[in-house]
Design a binder for this molecule. Structure first.
Ligand code: C2E
Ligand code: MG
Ligand code: MG
Length: 414
């Protein structure tokens, strides 16, 4: 490979990874796994020209050095076709035993690309760039052939920075919760609080979740954050609930990854029971896009939590693609209308109609409805005419510190 650098001829480097090879190996065993790799390698070879070079790098990654005159796009398109094929092969699981078995395998591929000399002028840099492009390709669900560009590198650095911050914050206890009150619209009575995570660094600066939550959702760190928030919210709010006679709802944001993962409901129920917490006082906020990940597991988790008394709110409602039929089949008890719809409620008749319809639809489904991000009296007046049940927003309160929330909840008890 390095010869080409010495000659200095332009070329394109592509790195292909068989992403599901671990699963395949588990299914057929290591010996047969080698056969499967050979089949893939043979297929890749058939997609390139004699001028191009194919190398097997680590266990499941291959590199192709494309000649400057090769049609890279067409070759890679052909290579990706392997994903659509079901490859049958015959193997014996036990090398000592000649019993042959048949298996059908589907491959899942990701490809990163970098160009010499356009993207990099030396060997180390081009390998680093191809790695960055491959890492992005692995995170895609659709287009999994990604060419390196500077933006990808910046994004990767931002992700690494956020990951470091999250890990350090968990270790050193830099995270804390703010509590944003929710009120009944008619009487301005406290319904409860939404917990909102913040990070306070030792220099006193506060980092918003808008920086680290999207990054945490890409890495699996969101699972740790959600666990942390749930535990802390339950422990802190126990003190609030001790003195309140009426039920006060503590609403916790949970990521799509968590709500659609097996065992989530059991984990929450276990936490509630260990803390001796009243399940009716806990509300789990899920976003509409939670349904895209794994609808079946999501619904199962929601049903188990509801059966246990935990409440479920659908956050950011009106921004995603959840169908009415999907919502109808879910035991959700609260719809949260997204701030983006409330923002233009005074100026846009369309938005007004939409909000009005969502509130009516919610009520037909036996759900209560809360509007979030309400900032002024005019918006309150409009929402009153539509019979919205609750509101949350700067007009009545910004998110407040734990001690202030404790006081507010105790005032409610008086
Ligand atoms: P979200 O769950 O939709 O939370 C509402 C966001 O709108 C909060 O921002 C809140 O402070 C802000 N907000 C509320 N009322 C108003 C208003 O009247 N005007 C304006 N301009 N903003 C208002 P925040 O705290 O920055 O949270 C942003 C997002 O980060 C949340 O959106 C949620 O998706 C995520 N998030 C926050 N805390 C957590 C958490 O503990 N776990 C998870 N998984 N996600 C969280
Ligand atoms: Mg929320
Ligand atoms: Mg929201």
């Amino acid at each position: 490979m390095e010869d080409k650098f010495l000659i200095g001829k332009p070329f394109t480097l592509a790195c292909i990874e068989i992403m599901n090879f671990k699963n395949i190996n588990g299914m057929v065993g290591i010996q047969a796994g080698d056969l499967i790799l050979k089949k893939a390698s043979g297929f890749f070879k058939g997609c390139i020209t004699d001028e191009d070079r194919l190398y097997r790098m680590t266990g499941v990654t291959f590199m192709i050095v494309f000649d400057e005159n090769s049609d890279v796009e067409t070759s890679l398109k052909k290579i990706m076709e392997l994903e659509k094929k079901q490859v049958d092969f015959v193997y014996s699981k036990d090398p000592e035993n000649s019993v042959q078995e048949e298996q059908t395998v589907c491959y899942k591929l990701a490809i990163g690309i970098s160009k010499f000399p356009d993207d990099a002028k030396d060997f180390t840099t081009i390998i680093r760039h191809v790695d960055i492009a491959l890492a992005h390709a692995q995170n895609q669900t659709e287009n999994k052939v990604i060419t390196y560009n500077e933006e990808l590198e910046k994004e990767q650095q931002k992700q690494a920075e956020a990951d470091r911050l999250i890990t350090e914050s968990l270790e050193k206890d830099w995270f804390y919760l703010m509590y944003q009150p929710q009120f009944t619209l008619e009487e301005k009575k406290l319904r409860g609080f939404e917990t909102l995570i913040r990070c306070k660094k030792p220099d006193g600066s506060i980092v918003s979740p808008a920086f680290f939550i999207p990054a945490a959702e890409k890495s699996n760190l969101i699972l740790k954050i959600d666990d942390y928030v749930l535990k802390r919210a339950i422990n802190e709010s126990k003190k609030m609930l001790e003195k309140t006679q009426e039920l006060c709802t503590i609403s916790v944001n949970i990521s799509a990854k968590n709500i659609s993962s097996e065992g989530f409901a059991e984990k929450v129920i276990d936490l509630i029971e260990k803390a001796n917490f009243q399940p009716e006082c806990l509300e789990i906020e899920i976003t509409e896009y939670s349904f895209v990940e794994s609808l079946e597991v999501t619904v199962e988790n929601i049903n188990k939590l509801r059966a246990h008394g935990v409440q479920i709110a659908l956050d950011d409602f009106g921004t995603g693609y959840t169908s009415i039929a999907q919502v109808m089949n879910l035991p959700v008890n609260l719809l949260k209308i997204d701030k983006s719809l409330i923002d233009e409620i005074e100026s846009s008749q369309k938005k007004r109609n939409l909000v009005n319809s969502i509130i009516s639809m919610g009520h037909i489904m036996n759900c209560e409805v809360i509007s979030e991000g309400v900032e002024n009296e005019q918006q309150l007046d409009i929402l009153r005419t539509y019979d919205c049940d609750f509101i949350q927003g700067y007009v009545w309160s910004k998110p407040i510190e734990y001690n202030a929330a404790l006081e507010l909840s105790h005032d409610k008890a008086k």
